[in-house]
Design a binder for this molecule. Structure first.
Ligand SMILES: *[C@@H]1O[C@H](CO)[C@@H](O)[C@H](O)[C@H]1NC(C)=O
Ligand SMILES: *[C@@H]1O[C@H](CO)[C@@H](O)[C@H](O)[C@H]1NC(C)=O
Ligand SMILES: *[C@@H]1O[C@H](CO)[C@@H](O)[C@H](O)[C@H]1NC(C)=O
Ligand SMILES: *[C@@H]1O[C@H](CO)[C@@H](O)[C@H](O)[C@H]1NC(C)=O
Ligand SMILES: *[C@@H]1O[C@H](CO)[C@@H](O)[C@H](O)[C@H]1NC(C)=O
Ligand SMILES: *[C@@H]1O[C@H](CO)[C@@H](O)[C@H](O)[C@H]1NC(C)=O
Ligand SMILES: *[C@@H]1O[C@H](CO)[C@@H](O)[C@H](O)[C@H]1NC(C)=O
Ligand SMILES: *[C@@H]1O[C@H](CO)[C@@H](O)[C@H](O)[C@H]1NC(C)=O
Ligand SMILES: *[C@@H]1O[C@H](CO)[C@@H](O)[C@H](O)[C@H]1NC(C)=O
Length: 656
């Protein structure tokens, strides 16, 4: 039965899940890599003026930021006035911008910078009152005005936009989608001779990843970043299900940078900048670089100028990192993704409030060995790294690593991992995903023999040895072996032919759909729309203090097991909460293991199928207390009732 469900599931994943790469995208040729620049808002709020924009623009050049790519200079809310001109055109606040906006553009262009403006898809700008008129129903005329001013980019906000509720300042749950309003401005911009980069800023309302790439060059994935460090966690939890929508010309925007605003510690600024860079967010500085009273501090400036990090953001491959592992109980995350030149970048984020040593298991990001690792914030390069890398990470800091010259996880060449003595070779730094006796070891010899022979294998994780025959004229042989979770297993192999390499494959595991679980208390099973809640088609919700999902799982060996949880969470948080929900796994009544999952929804939380509560995501976690034979497994929200009393919804579980 489980097998049939899985076969069905793979068809669904291939056929019905939305495929970002095949969606229509805007064809204005801009933002082939994420845009970079400076914006007034994070430091000056809705109170910009000409002197501020001039001095900061000049500083972009003088501090060497412009030559690193920070070129779009945008004056955010506060620049315009309540009334349009007699002929209906937009105009600037002449008290704040005495030389006028066309002259501001000329000034920026004379510095080699690009001219960014800000408007709103509602009747007023954010920051009103005092009232400033928005572009709703004036899209074409405003696009013409911007083109005539030689504008290079437009950030387009979403305040005062919901007619059905009489244009409130902000509405996170409008009665109609924001999309048509953004489409009208996109269409107006496309009619201009000048190409204008279009930044959609609807705060992630209505899952813009699904529609924004055809209309604009970037879309805000969530509500504003704030001076509170926890907003970083809120935003990365929101981007988690949509990282694969990033690509040349279309970037998910995590919001402007707080680096340099003296609201985060240095370690926090490094984490913030690292994540924004590898998640391919536009990098828009929001600090005061230079004005009459202030200038950016040199430590923050050095972060913004870190050329490796900028290169990850601007990498020609244009593929975003994603969440590889979340170690909730140990308070760290591993995010990783590919770079051009067959390199990989990874960020190990220390969410804990203290400095500590963190270890990344390279197989977590698909790597077994790296010829070179650049540890960016430590400013060291290490060679010959096998299976894991450990370094000290500050409280809220990040280990940002670039991997070069790598081999895929599970592949161990004898020249790197083996040490030989007589007819015996010991392989060190062998990785185990889970406690299992059914890993497959394949041994590849450097040559064949016309006579048959044998090898004897002993794993550090088992007291047993196994001997298998190597048939004549055969260059490889496979057998089951035992490993324990972690990076320090070793295998000793006695052999006649010399060994070239070994490969180790973990067991495939067994899938337990939620339909094999019994609900208790308030927990409720729900059938989802066809093609959703993959791979099962249903889920269990309302898991919490008053209800759980319980089943019995037979294990062929005891110990600590890796389980992958298929979960659903689309509790989008605009201010409070973290876009997260907990889910716990308790085995045989032992200590619950908690996973705090990010959002999984890939459809609109307002109008999409299941309101985004039918979109499954998967994260793996190690769970203790398994015995050989029958195990009671309880899915709950044990002790995790923080922001939500309910756990993430539960689709199924794969036990390795
Ligand atoms: C221009 O901005 C100043 C400063 O915020 C404000 O006092 C003034 O009312 C604004 N002018 C208009 C016409 O809105
Ligand atoms: C509206 O008037 C302003 C000020 O005279 C002028 O710069 C602008 O070009 C006019 N707009 C149109 C569409 O005629
Ligand atoms: C500001 O705009 C709103 C909405 O158009 C309007 O009701 C209000 O009277 C305006 N306030 C001023 C001071 O013009
Ligand atoms: C978009 O523009 C069209 C044509 O001007 C207009 O009829 C429609 O109401 C606009 N839609 C929105 C949502 O503003
Ligand atoms: C994360 O990215 C890797 C490759 O870059 C891909 O294989 C994997 O499917 C992605 N995972 C998710 C959840 O998008
Ligand atoms: C990290 O490990 C090193 C080497 O064992 C040790 O010297 C250092 O004190 C550790 N740092 C912390 C914060 O525990
Ligand atoms: C990084 O280390 C190199 C030498 O290894 C040094 O030249 C460079 O100044 C260091 N960079 C920073 C930012 O400390
Ligand atoms: C390896 O050598 C030992 C003793 O030197 C011998 O007992 C053993 O059979 C040999 N194993 C293989 C696979 O050749
Ligand atoms: C998850 O559980 C932890 C520990 O109880 C709690 O502090 C946190 O707020 C919970 N998270 C959410 C999103 O409810």
């Amino acid at each position: 039965m489980a097998l049939n469900i899985l076969a069905f599931a793979s068809v669904l994943r291939a056929g019905l899940a939305s495929s970002p790469s095949t969606q229509a995208r805007i064809q204005n040729g801009l933002a082939q890599t994420p845009q970079m620049g400076w914006n007034t808002y994070n430091h000056y709020g809705c109170s910009p003026n000409e002197a501020i924009v001039h001095s900061n623009a000049q500083a972009l050049v003088d501090l060497g930021l412009a030559s690193l790519g920070y070129r779009y200079v945008t004056t955010d809310c506060g620049w315009t006035v309540a009334d349009r001109l007699a002929n209906g055109s937009l105009t600037w606040n002449a008290t704040l911008f005495p030389s006028g906006f066309p002259a501001l553009g000329q000034y920026l262009h004379s510095l080699g910078l690009l001219f960014g403006v800000y408007q709103d898809a509602g009747i007023l700008l954010c920051g009103s009152p005092p009232n400033q008129t928005g572009s709703l129903y004036h899209e074409l005329q405003d696009a013409q005005t911007f083109a005539s001013w030689e504008v290079d980019s437009l950030k387009y906000d979403n305040c005062y936009s919901d007619a059905a509720t009489n244009y409130p300042n902000v509405n996170y749950a409008p009665s109609t989608s924001p999309e048509p309003r953004y489409a009208n401005m996109s269409n107006a911009l496309s009619q201009q001779i000048r190409e204008i980069l279009f930044q959609i800023c609807d705060w992630g309302v209505d899952f813009p990843a699904a529609w924004a790439p055809s209309l604009g060059n970037s879309w805000r994935i969530g509500n504003d970043i704030s001076s509170s460090w926890s907003s970083i966690y809120r935003l990365v939890n929101q981007i988690a299900p949509q990282t694969d929508f990033a690509g040349p010309g279309q970037w998910p925007d995590l919001d402007m940078l707080e680096v340099g605003n003296n609201v985060y510690t240095t370690a926090e600024e490094q984490t913030h900048f690292s994540l924004w860079a590898i998640l391919k967010s536009p990098l828009v500085i929001g600090a005061a670089l230079k004005d009459t009273s202030t200038s950016i501090n040199p430590v923050s400036l050095a972060i913004l100028k870190q050329e490796d990090v900028i290169s990850y953001n601007q990498d020609s491959l244009g593929v975003s990192a994603n969440l590889s592992r979340r170690y909730t109980e140990d308070q760290y995350d591993v995010w990783s993704g590919p770079l051009s030149g067959e390199r990989t970048v990874a960020a190990v984020v220390n969410w804990a409030n203290e400095k500590r040593n963190l270890t990344i298991s390279l197989p977590d990001i698909g790597i077994q060995y790296a010829g070179t690792i650049k540890d960016i914030w430590k400013n060291v390069t290490v060679q010959n790294v096998k299976t894991s890398y450990t370094a000290e990470v500050e409280a809220h800091g990040t280990m940002l690593l670039e991997f070069q010259d790598t081999t895929p996880s599970g592949q161990y060449s004898a020249s790197i991992f083996g040490s030989s003595s007589g007819n015996s070779t010991t392989f060190h730094a062998i990785y185990g995903l889970t406690d299992s006796t059914t890993y497959t070891l394949s041994v590849t010899f450097a040559s064949t023999s016309s006579a048959s022979g044998s090898i004897t294998v002993k794993s550090s994780a088992s007291s047993q040895t196994s001997t298998v025959t190597v048939a004549a004229n055969t260059a490889s042989v496979s057998l089951p072996i035992t490993l324990t979770p972690g990076t320090t297993n070793s295998l000793t192999i006695q052999h006649q032919l010399s060994i070239n390499s070994i490969a180790i494959t973990p067991p495939e595991g067994t899938y337990y759909p939620n339909t094999k679980f019994t609900t208790t208390g308030y927990a409720t099973s729900t059938t989802c729309g066809t093609g959703y809640c993959v791979p099962v088609g249903s889920k269990i919700g309302y898991i919490g203090p008053g209800g759980t999902a319980v089943t019995t799982i037979r294990a062929t060996s005891a110990g600590t097991k890796f389980v992958e949880i298929d979960y659903i969470n689309n509790e989008v948080s605009y201010w409070t909460g973290w876009n997260a929900r907990n889910i716990t796994v308790t085995v045989n009544g032992g200590t619950p293991t908690r996973l705090e999952v990010p959002l999984s929804g890939r459809h609109s939380e307002l109008f999409g199928p299941g309101l985004g509560w039918w979109d499954t995501a998967t994260l793996g976690v190690l769970t203790d207390g398994w015995v050989q034979g029958n195990n009671e497994v309880v899915i709950g929200n044990d002790g995790g009732a923080g922001y939500s009393v309910y756990a993430a919804d539960f689709v199924g579980l794969r036990v390795y």
